[in-house]
Design a protein around this ligand. Structure first.
Ligand code: SF4
Ligand code: SF4
Length: 336
């Protein structure tokens, strides 16, 4: 069993005795992972959050002080203004709405006519000073991707904190009232499921049907799609695995479930991640592990160059097995 202190585990990639990800790619006929295009800029505007969830890969919470400044947001906007091929801005955190410049970012992205995604924990709508946000998001046509790891109260509260399920249901009802998730409204409301423990998600379509049935019947709630996401063995989920002595077992599951058909669609091949301090990464997971872009490529959003970044080699490590297990996993759900 690996016996490193948790504080170290949560900040660095861990390398249990598993085959190297690159070697596994090569064994299945894939050369080193490279970006294929750049259509999404995922902007992590900070680690501040009103919740402290067990599985959080960001280690976010109310005490975190890392917040993207307006100057860095302006650098992001300058990149978008001159890079029309980036069609989607995916805003994440923490609870991204807790950044004081969140609404500015949304308004400016709308002026630039981009698809805007808000990775929302739902309960933030009940935080003092944030209750106007559902209407704001609807006015600006922002797509909401909302975490709801189960349709049962006990499971949600166990993972995300007491009372989170009830508050999430109240927020979903409010979003439906505004048209979110309703046919013909054009307002997209997608939900995110992640397993409660060290297992792979069930088939996305089947679980989506269950969610639709349960949420509609019991609460009258509508949504567009359900994304199932595999828990990554980093940060708090990693600490839980270590504490439960399940880390090696979970890694074995991920490695043994490697599916070469997922490689083509890996999100890092079309996405660039921006950290709260403007640093660039291949994805939000690499960001949390401080795995930078290869050193010969621009490291900060202020140095952005599409020419150098659009087919860059991607920094991989053992956590990448989380994206290639089973049907694959990304911020937009399964890959197959
Ligand atoms: S999982 Fe989301 S809602 Fe929960 S602590 Fe992390 S950022 Fe906040
Ligand atoms: S964690 Fe997933 S998205 Fe990130 S670099 Fe690895 S394979 Fe790509």
């Amino acid at each position: 069993m690996i016996s490193r202190p948790l504080s170290v585990l949560s900040q660095s990639p861990i390398r249990p005795t598993v085959p190297s990800f690159e070697e596994t790619l090569a064994r299945h006929g894939h050369s080193s992972l490279k970006a294929a295009s750049l259509t999404t800029l995922q902007v992590n505007v900070g680690k501040l959050c009103n919740q402290i969830c067990h599985h959080c890969h960001v280690d976010a919470g109310p005490q975190r002080t890392e917040i993207m400044t307006k100057e860095t947001i302006d650098q992001v906007l300058r990149v978008l203004a001159v890079t029309p091929s980036i069609t989607t801005v995916d805003i994440t955190g923490g609870a991204p709405e807790m950044n004081p410049h969140f609404e500015y970012l949304v308004k400016e992205c709308r002026k630039l006519d981009r698809t805007i995604l808000d990775r929302c924990n739902l309960t933030v709508f009940l935080v003092k000073g944030k209750t106007h946000l559902p209407e704001f998001l609807a006015d600006y046509g922002v797509e909401i991707i909302a975490s709801l790891p189960c349709y049962r109260e006990d499971n949600v509260d166990a993972q995300r904190g007491r009372g989170v399920f009830d508050r999430s249901i109240a927020a979903l009802r409010q979003l439906n009232t505004l048209g979110y998730g309703m046919k013909g409204s054009g307002l997209v409301l997608n939900l995110v499921y992640n397993p409660l423990g060290p297992v792979l998600p069930p088939p996305q379509e089947e679980l989506q049907a269950d969610y639709r049935e349960e949420l509609q019947t019991r609460f009258g709630i509508h949504f567009n799609e359900l994304f199932t996401i595999t828990n990554m063995p980093i940060s708090r989920f990693l600490e839980d695995l270590v504490a439960a002595e399940q880390l090696e077992e979970y890694y074995a599951l991920l490695v043994n479930s490697f599916n070469p058909a997922t490689v083509e669609g890996l999100m890092c091949r079309s996405l660039l991640s921006v950290g709260w301090d403007g640093r660039l990464y291949d994805c939000d997971f690499n960001q949390m592990l401080n795995l930078s872009l290869h050193s010969e490529f621009p490291q900060y959003i202020g140095d952005f160059s599409l020419e150098s970044l659009h087919n860059r080699p991607i920094t991989v490590d053992s956590h990448c097995y989380g994206c290639t297990a089973g049907s694959g996993s990304s911020c937009g759900g399964t890959l197959l």
